[in-house]
Write a protein that binds this ligand. Structure first.
Ligand SMILES: *Cc1c(COP(=O)(O)O)cnc(C)c1O
Length: 450
């Protein structure tokens, strides 16, 4: 990709950058000028770059600037952008019609492939976003257990459905206040909030209501408060089969079993990213229900949820839990998703390569920034928190100096490195990131702290 091209090339011919002109127009007709909030660059105090195209590990804005892309559309782009095989699969699918609202062969293939890659997902249902996947998974968990309450973790994001837009109230962990205006407190009273990596906070909620909790829903690696790893959890490949009591995820597996609750892994980010079978393969833990999104759609809007057969048999029309979608299993989305998953499956070296590139970035930041930052990295996910001392939970993440992050962000952007415009998002590395581009990024990181 882009060998020898000048990444930071600027074409400063127009008086007002096209991005700025578009953003002014957008703000008149679109709330905040964007169709999803973090795109507005609010937390870095800049104007968003409007994007014209992306290819491989490069993204191009409407002003003629070219960047190395570490956002990857917030996760779907594990192969980089516009992979020729994915584009071809989509083009071919388009020729045959965009939507039928009837079953298709690719949906069957995809469900088989998901079950093969993620054995805990024996049966799955396709939806059109991660939000829908988690919302539906929670509904099934409630229908299956005939219980109403769920536990989620402060700082974990599960999409924008009413019942999941909750963090802890300031008073007590059990007081659940909606994070958003427009969500009645009644809708979130069954959402209990615990602290990520804090076993006692989970135990307390179960002890208070031993028969009332339907499920614990967790990002097995929290990747929406920056990146926070599950404490004490070793990659399965490094676990000593003889010993080791396991870490936070093992604890969640055990406590949910003890109390007859289900364990939902929200793998919308980690699925197909940490390993072929996601975080559950990486750590060797089998949840009851898994939610997928982002990579599963290969760049098209798609999500999925699935799990044990007896649980998924609850879903309509097999069972009494209603869930539906006009565009669910859309033929273009299944074409993109299936091709992406096939490419990932054909290439056993891909996860090692992703990890090596990301480790290189992480090691560079650690070496040059020292204890001015805390760097968390796992597989192709990374976050540089602008706070010393390590980050293991949400309150730790919140100690970050977001002003310093904003400075870092604009320094990198100016030099052709496209990062997430928020301290609390992950750096995503794709298979399209070339060694030279990683090297180049490391050089700019060194300059920043130099
Ligand atoms: C992105 C995300 C969601 C929501 O997915 P959308 O497709 O944006 O609705 C849910 N859970 C996690 C962990 C996510 O990262």
């Amino acid at each position: 990709m882009g060998e020898g091209r000048d990444v930071s090339r600027r074409e400063e011919t127009a008086a007002v950058p096209v991005s700025e002109a578009l953003f002014s127009r957008a703000k008149k007709y679109i709330p905040g000028g964007v169709n999803s909030p973090v795109r507005a660059y609010g937390s870095v105090g800049l104007t968003p770059r409007f994007i014209r195209s992306a290819r491989g590990d490069r993204i191009f804005d409407v002003d003629g600037n070219e960047y190395i892309d570490y956002v990857c559309s917030w996760g779907p782009g594990i192969l980089g952008s516009a992979h020729p095989r994915v584009i071809q699969a989509v083009q071919q699918a388009c020729e045959n019609g965009l939507t039928f609202g009837a079953p298709t062969e690719r949906e069957v293939e995809l469900a088989e492939l998901i079950a093969d890659r993620i054995p805990s997902v024996e049966v799955s249902r396709l939806v059109s976003s991660g939000t829908e996947a988690v919302m539906s998974a929670v509904r099934v968990a409630r229908g299956f257990t005939k219980r109403d309450k769920i536990i989620k973790f402060r700082g974990c994001y599960h999409g924008h459905s009413d019942g999941l837009l909750v963090r802890a109230g300031s008073a007590a962990l059990t007081t659940s206040v909606p994070d958003s205006a427009g969500v009645p407190a009644d809708y979130t009273k069954n959402t209990l909030v615990a602290d990520y990596n804090d076993e006692a906070s989970v135990e307390k909620l179960f002890q208070n209501d031993p028969d009332g909790i339907a499920a614990v829903v967790v990002e097995p690696v929290a990747a929406n408060m920056g990146v926070v790893l599950p404490e004490g959890e070793e990659p399965r490949s490094q676990t000593d089969p003889a010993g080791g009591r396991g870490g936070f995820l093992t604890f969640l597996r055990e406590i949910t079993e003890n109390y007859g609750a289900l364990l939902i892994f929200d793998e919308v980010i980690t699925g197909f990213r940490l390993a072929p079978g996601g975080a559950q393969e990486y750590f060797g833990i089998r949840p009851d229900i898994t939610t997928l999104g982002k990579i599963v759609g290969g760049g098209m809007p798609m999500g999925a949820y699935g799990g044990r057969r007896e649980i998924m048999e609850m879903v309509s029309p097999a069972g009494p839990v209603y869930q539906a979608g006009t565009l669910s299993g859309n033929p273009i989305a299944t074409a993109a998703g299936l091709e992406t998953l096939k490419i990932l499956g054909e290439d056993p070296g891909i996860y090692r390569r992703l990890e090596e590139k990301t480790e290189k970035l992480a090691d560079t930041v650690r070496r040059v920034a020292g204890d001015r930052v805390s760097v968390n990295q796992i597989g192709s996910l990374m976050c540089v928190f602008f706070t010393p001392g390590g980050v293991t939970d949400y309150s730790g993440a919140l100690r970050s100096d977001t002003g310093a992050y904003a400075e870092y962000f604009s320094y990198m952007l100016e030099r052709g490195v496209y990062l997430a415009p928020s301290q609390f998002e992950a750096v995503f590395v794709s298979d399209a990131h070339s060694g030279e581009d990683i090297q180049r990024t490391c050089g700019i990181i060194e300059e920043f702290w130099g």
